[in-house]
Write a protein that binds this ligand. Sequence first.
Ligand SMILES: [Zn+2]
Length: 151
Amino acid sequence: MRKITHIALHCTATSQKTTSIASLRAYWNSLGWKKPGYHYVVMPSGKVERLLDESQVSNGVKGFNSCLINVAYVGGIDSGGKAVDNRTEAQKASLYFLLEQLKSRYPQAIIQGHRDFSPDRNGDGKITPDEFVKQCPCFDAKTEYAFLYPL
Ligand SMILES: [Zn+2]
């Protein structure tokens, strides 16, 4: 198994109504990606779809993927395309359950959002909202899941 340093949280940045796994795969194919963007996608119903074995590298965070497990929830934008945390209660429950399982397999892995991989432009050791290159996953995953440490 490769070394997993982080579990990265994403939103699919798609509508919760229209998204299917097939449409996500079609989008990645259109980008020329040979691997999916995420290992796991959590549907609005709470169903967890596994798209890729954890031993394989997915395409979640450019430059970091070799050390990541990428997890996404379907959603993350409102009807106007604006970034929003619209996780359903079922998604929150499934995300928690999935992250607990991942932490048991990779206890040293840090859970954080895609946006927390943004460069620390002012070098203060913190990635602050003004430094986010994107909003994904539209919530503060690092703080929300901090209680999973230490296992
Ligand atoms: Zn992302």
